[in-house]
Unconditional design. Structure first.
Length: 260
């Protein structure tokens, strides 16, 4: 092993703490015995990790000795979101779009190989799904994500597809590279992407990228709703015009510091 390999190797103890936090995120209220059974780690090691996380308010313990995530993590997430350059201007436009369209609107950021849900707003009759603020999703399954993929440099797109593949979320998810690349070319031509039941069956959406001064897609906005309502010319003509107008105003605000 070279010195560089040693430096770049993940710290196992830190990874164990992260795995515990991930487990408590998925299943809050676990006991020490529950977590010991889940991981191939000694009970005493799990206990030390829990005590350290508890001492730093990252996990909390109830009277029955069961652990859950601590609210201090909310502060970390809130602060991380504030560092996204387009968050403030983007969320104002998300609010406007939700009011104008009556549907659910999401602001997402590109983070490494995923999209991260930053903010949502909804109109009068939103379709509730499992999507939550803070959630990370595969880019190819979402309208917002596909709009990001379409404007990535070719080498980065190739690397993401190699690392992540094309996991199926529904029967309509694109799972082959030729089909995805053909769709990404169409997205580049028109400037926005569709999601027709590819992430949630019965949900249609449209997404468009937020791009920096160099044209790199740093995030996106999507508008989604039930397929029986978000369809036809509303999906293919009205929503694209409305969404692209908002994206243009965001770009003007980011590049020239105006209140678009």
């Amino acid at each position: 092993m070279t010195p560089t390999d040693s430096v770049n190797r993940p710290v196992k103890t830190t990874e164990y703490s992260i795995h515990i936090l991930e487990s408590l995120k998925a299943n809050p209220g676990q006991s020490l015995a529950d977590l010991t059974a889940e991981f191939d780690i000694a009970r005493s090691t799990i206990h030390r990790h829990l005590l350290t996380l508890e001492a730093n308010d990252l996990v909390v313990r109830d009277d029955d000795g069961r652990f859950s995530l601590g609210l201090r993590l909310l502060d970390f997430g809130r602060r991380a979101r504030e560092y996204v350059d387009f968050f403030e201007v983007g969320r104002h436009h998300v609010d406007r779009l939700a009011e104008t369209t009556g549907e659910k609107v999401w602001l997402v950021a590109k983070e490494d190989d995923h999209s991260a849900h930053l903010y949502k707003a909804h109109g009068d009759n939103p379709l509730e799904t499992s999507a939550q603020v803070g959630q990370r999703r595969n880019l190819h399954q979402l309208a917002a994500g596909k709009s990001i993929l379409a404007f990535l440099p070719d080498d980065e797109l190739d690397e993401i597809l190699e690392r992540r593949g094309l996991e199926e979320q529904t029967d309509s998810t694109i799972t082959t590279e030729p089909e995805l690349r053909e769709e990404l070319a169409a997205i580049r031509d028109r400037g926005y992407a569709f999601n027709k039941g590819e992430s949630v069956t019965g949900l249609n959406a449209i997404g468009a990228p937020i791009r920096d001064e160099d044209g790199y897609p740093v995030g996106a906005i999507s508008i989604s709703g039930p397929a029986h309502r978000v369809k036809g010319s509303f999906l293919t003509e009205e929503l694209p015009d409305t969404l692209l107008a908002a994206i243009d105003e965001i770009h003007i605000s980011l590049r020239y510091g105006t209140d678009a």
